[in-house]
Design a protein around this ligand. Structure first.
Ligand SMILES: Cc1cc2nc3c(=O)[nH]c(=O)nc-3n(C[C@H](O)[C@H](O)[C@H](O)COP(=O)(O)OP(=O)(O)OC[C@H]3O[C@@H](n4cnc5c(N)ncnc54)[C@H](O)[C@@H]3O)c2cc1C
Length: 421
């Protein structure tokens, strides 16, 4: 049985007091406590599934935000085709599964003592720790970014929330005839098709509300990184004259006053500057010593999602060093969570975890009414010690269609419910 240590109780402040008020003390029958950091697609799913698959395991979720705001569908919010309310879900669904939700920020992990320090004070002890902190940006890679962002002159809106609202406002306030510029970082980055979907949706909004305006995509990559044929067809058929794409155009600086994005060879002017900076695993993963070798992402054992750098900690979602052919997506994070939940239940019951086959589906809206899809299945390969795409599985849509848009909405509602309800 895992209990708060006595000295931990003495250190409890508001956050941990809330935890105890919420009934966080483990029961006599508990097989152990799992602490989950991050209540996004990965963390929320892991917390819920551990409780569903073994209710005798105590699960504490530490999340700094009051509600979950979904990045999927957030591009439609930017175009005025969905709302913040529609993409926001509270954590009561997880509470109904017996997950103890603590609104706080995890600021440190002591893997030797198996404790997590909370910003508002107090330590949580764990038997197993799950980290799904998403991404944090390396703003320093784009000179002048933080100053420009502070002044409201540049936004990323690559974490759905206040920046989504702010970017929508900038698009609404932009004069007809203005230029919206989206800058895409070098892969791997969160949601490969996301920037191209965003370009489509902003172009659709411009065609409807500001027909003289332009969308310019500046991509650090040499070519479109996801569903290139389908996106390029949509740009040509639906947004010819409105949307321009430039590959090999890495942003190295931004000047809010001059309203320019600096590339290696030229400066590009725009009215709304939407620069997605390079990013890596969320900061807490770095602080916990999980970011190894590559210096950006966390290497894991794909049979259990356990970190290769620090035992007893499972890492999910965007923070992981993706296996071959695996995108950084909500769909993938939700599936990673099921690998980890199954493994943790097995481990805490004294059994050996078994590899799990998982799948990914990423829909992208190319207009408010039509979407495209890419999907893949990934299975454990003992020879290569990793998950690999199953030959002949998945693929992309034959063409954009209204049917795919219906499926995209169903996918979003289903994954929100699967992760949080
Ligand atoms: C515009 C856009 C569109 C997208 N569209 C799609 C799509 O259509 N389909 C798809 O599958 N994916 C899509 N994605 C990608 C998807 O959003 C991410 O891959 C997914 O959110 C990753 O899940 P995660 O659990 O790793 O991180 P997140 O979902 O980002 O969750 C991380 C959570 O951890 C919390 N957190 C971080 N650090 C701490 C800490 N120290 N203490 C407490 N809490 C902490 C954060 O507040 C956050 O709630 C899109 C992304 C963007 C930006």
């Amino acid at each position: 049985m895992i209990e708060f240590k006595r000295r931990d109780f003495l250190k409890l402040t508001a956050a941990a007091a809330t935890l105890s008020a919420a009934g966080c003390a483990t029961t006599g029958a508990s097989k152990g406590r799992v602490v989950v950091i991050g209540g996004g697609f990965g963390g929320a799913t892991a917390a819920k599934y551990i409780r569903m698959w073994d209710p005798s395991i105590d699960v504490v979720l530490v999340e700094r935000e009051a509600s979950f705001v979904s990045c999927p569908i957030s591009n439609l919010v930017l175009g005025g085709y969905s709302t913040m309310q529609e993409i926001t879900t509270g954590y009561d669904g997880l509470r109904r599964h017996g997950v103890q939700v603590v609104r706080d920020e995890a600021v440190a992990v002591d893997a030797a003592k198996k404790t997590v320090r909370l910003a508002r004070g107090g330590d949580l002890t764990y038997e197993r720790l799950v980290l799904s902190p998403g991404i944090d940006f390396t703003f320093g890679d784009v000179a002048g970014y933080e100053a420009a962002m502070g002044a409201g002159g540049v936004l990323h809106a690559w974490k759905a929330g206040p920046q989504t609202v702010a970017l929508r406002k900038q698009l609404e306030e932009m004069k007809d005839g203005g230029v919206y510029v989206i800058s895409v970082p070098m892969a791997p980055y969160r949601c490969p098709p996301g920037p191209y979907e965003r370009a489509c949706i902003v172009a659709a909004y411009f065609k409807q509300a500001k027909p003289r305006s332009k969308v310019l995509v500046l991509d650090a990559n040499p070519d479109v990184t996801s569903k290139p044929g389908l996106f390029k067809a949509a740009w040509k058929d639906l947004y010819g004259g409105t949307l321009e794409y430039r590959g090999n155009s890495k942003a190295i600086g931004v000047d809010a006053k001059a309203r320019t994005i600096k590339l290696e060879v030229e400066d590009v002017k725009g009215d709304v500057l939407n620069v997605v900076p390079p990013h890596g695993a969320g900061d807490i993963a770095r602080k916990a010593g999980l970011v190894a070798g590559n210096n950006r992402w966390c290497d894991v054992d794909w049979r259990t999602m356990e970190s290769k750098a620090v035992k007893g900690i499972h890492v999910l979602g965007d923070a992981t060093l993706s296996a071959g052919g695996m995108p950084k997506s909500g769909s993938m994070a939700n599936n990673h969570a099921k690998i980890a939940a199954a493994a943790i239940v097995e481990i805490l019951n004294g059994r050996a975890p078994q590899p799990v086959k998982i799948l990914n589906t990423c829909y992208s809206f190319v207009s408010p009414k039509e979407a495209i899809r890419v999907s893949s299945v990934h299975e454990w390969d003992a020879t290569q010690s990793t998950l690999i795409p199953v030959k002949g599985s998945g693929g992309v849509s034959a063409a954009r269609s209204e049917a795919e848009a219906t499926f995209a909405w169903s996918w979003a509602k289903t994954i929100w419910a699967d992760s949080l309800a």
